[in-house]
Design a protein around this ligand. Structure first.
Ligand code: BTN
Length: 239
């Protein structure tokens, strides 16, 4: 494993992407103290001042394009497990990979993949955790690990724990069902009514599970089962 450290960078995901394109091996890690153009899901920006943990890992899993979505559930399990251990608290995951502590989002994961010839050629797993970011810098729905928990470890210590967990869970990528079961066990909205904003409109239903690709299964009021691959989820009716 090679860890490349920056003080300030635009986005660790963008840098890791460039390195992966240039042929850097799996487990090359890019970490920055702050990012000037941190990126979140759905093209949103990600606030990344000092006091947070911002890093990206190059992975080259042997997966077909259809299997690639499992990578984000693997990553969210590993980060959640490591943070739960570090904070001695229970964390939940909001689909697909928001990390929730005390009802607030303390971290997120952005997985970007490149594929060729029907197979994944690399995945960039970008992880952002608000370790000790000033509340005033964060959006209303977000919080920092400290003071949401009593954990006082610095970002570097938490990085080490998460990377260890990612390495030890890596083989589980061959067992997607296990990954999804583990993810579901700590799902924030297990069997809850949710609403998901998709490009085709808002879908409301009770989240009864995930399918084999990690898509949301929502039992709608009209008795149909809706399958959602992409979107922004909120608990209902907390709009
Ligand atoms: C989300 O929208 O919840 C995902 C946020 C992912 C942020 C991390 S911070 C490190 C890495 N570099 C980026 O530009 N984004 C990810």
């Amino acid at each position: 494993m090679e860890i490349i450290r920056y003080r300030v960078i635009d986005s660790t995901n963008s840098t890791a992407h460039g390195l992966a394109e240039a042929g850097r091996p799996e487990w090359t890690v890019v970490v920055a103290e702050s990012q000037t153009n941190g990126r979140g899901r759905h093209g949103k920006s990600w606030i990344s001042p000092t006091g947070g943990l911002w890093f990206s890992v190059i992975l080259r899993p042997n997966l077909s394009i259809d299997q690639l979505p499992i990578t984000q559930f693997y990553a969210s399990n590993a980060v959640r497990t490591a943070l739960a251990r570090a904070t001695q608290s229970r964390l939940f995951t909001k689909w697909p990979n928001d990390l929730i502590l005390g009802g607030k989002k303390v971290g997120g994961i952005l997985v970007e993949t490149k594929s060729s010839g029907g197979k994944g050629s690399f995945s960039i797993v970008g992880v952002g955790v608000n370790i000790r970011v000033q509340t005033s810098a964060l959006p209303e729905e977000a919080a920092s690990i400290y003071p949401a928990s009593n954990m006082t470890a610095p970002p570097e210590g938490v990085l080490e724990l998460i990377l260890q967990q990612m390495v030890s869970d890596y083989e589980s990528l061959n067992q997607p069902k296990e990954i999804l079961n583990l993810w579901w066990a700590d799902c924030l909205h297990k069997n809850q009514k949710v609403q998901v904003e998709t490009t085709e409109g808002v879908i409301v239903g009770t989240n009864v599970g995930l399918d084999d690709s990690g898509r949301l299964l929502l039992a709608a009021g009209d008795g149909t089962m809706r399958v959602v691959a992409e979107g922004s989820l909120r608990l209902f009716p907390q709009v």
